[in-house]
Design a protein around this ligand. Structure first.
Ligand code: SF4
Length: 317
């Protein structure tokens, strides 16, 4: 039977097997992000609404969960902003009470956290993944195109309040757009903001599919790696990074990458989402073939292509 509120379960890169719950009408949001994969905003709301009766969504969820599916998370997300659903806390509480064996996650833009949000309604969530893409007001307006009265500072204050009032895990997501919020200046401001929010980790993301605007494109993988070094406790989660070493041409990818800049096995591991020992094996094989060389430094062992002329002089095999 076609489901109205549920989607999946899907194999999610960060949440494992995740059953999605979409509790707002398509593209109902208080932002209109240039990278939104749902397209341009249709329904702009500044306050939470009871779009559907809690009992309707609860019934559809219960019908599914009664079959005891294998799930890592029930995830409130979808094609709009879940915090705009006024029944969110009540619904999550009912589900957690009836099915305590399932973990519950929330993906949110966090805007409503700055509006005297009742954080106790979120206490049943195990994980919240809020977004924060811009620390400067002008960049915020370009990337997230907020509704009237919504500012980057208010969003930051709301996320700091979330940390103070929520005991579950917080993974902060930052979505980078080439040439818009990936300058060194903005990245440093984002790093400082992330320190204030104090999440368990920061997830660096970018477009894998076309967003709302054609001009919104992802930064190069190398730039995401540089950003990864600037923002503490961060990891890159783009599909582009994940595909980097899973590609059958794995060794070619590494060799190409190392022809542009030196990196450590740990860097490549972060970039690709692959275990470090898998990456190390490929590096060892390339080195044995004479295609790359290594240099031991105080910051670790760096690898580079023997064709990289720029760095060649300062390198010892
Ligand atoms: S917050 Fe999410 S749903 Fe809203 S516009 Fe941005 S990406 Fe789309």
């Amino acid at each position: 039977m076609k489901k109205k509120f549920l989607f999946g379960p899907v194999k999610s890169r960060r949440l494992g097997i995740s059953l999605g719950v979409d509790c707002v009408p398509a593209k109902s949001c208080n932002l209109n992000c240039v990278y939104c994969e749902c397209g341009a905003a249709d329904n702009f709301f500044l306050q939470a609404q009871m779009f559907f009766p809690v009992s309707d969504i609860e019934k559809e969820l219960a019908d599914y969960l009664d079959q005891k599916p294998m799930l890592d998370y029930i995830t409130f997300s979808g094609a709009g902003e879940p915090l705009l659903y006024a029944g969110l806390g009540e619904l999550a509480g009912l589900i957690k009470k009836k099915y305590p064996e399932y973990k519950i996650a929330l993906l949110t833009n966090g805007v409503l956290f700055s509006c005297n949000y009742n954080f106790s309604s979120l206490s049943v969530f195990d994980l919240i993944i809020p977004s924060f893409d811009a620390a400067s007001e002008d960049v915020f307006r370009i990337v997230n195109r907020p509704g009237p009265g919504i500012t980057a500072q208010a969003l930051l204050d709301g996320l700091i309040a979330l940390r103070k009032n929520f005991t579950g895990k917080i993974w902060l997501e930052i979505f980078f757009i080439k040439g818009i919020n990936d300058s060194n200046d903005e990245v440093k401001k984002l790093a400082a903001a992330a320190e204030k929010i104090n999440p368990e980790k920061v997830q660096i993301n970018s477009l894998d599919r076309p967003g709302a605007e054609k001009w919104a494109v992802p930064p190069a993988l190398e730039r995401l790696q540089e950003i990864n070094h600037i923002i503490p406790r961060s990891e890159i989660i783009t599909r582009q990074a994940g595909a980097f070493l899973k590609n059958p041409e794995i060794k070619k990818n590494i060799a190409d990458f190392l022809s542009r800049r030196p990196v450590t096995a740990a860097d490549l591991s972060v970039l690709s989402g692959q275990e470090k020992h898998t990456v190390q094996k490929q590096l060892d094989e390339l080195q044995a073939q004479g295609r790359i060389k290594s240099s031991k430094t105080t910051a670790g062992i760096f690898y580079i292509s023997i064709n990289n002329k720029n760095k060649q002089q300062s390198w010892n095999s």
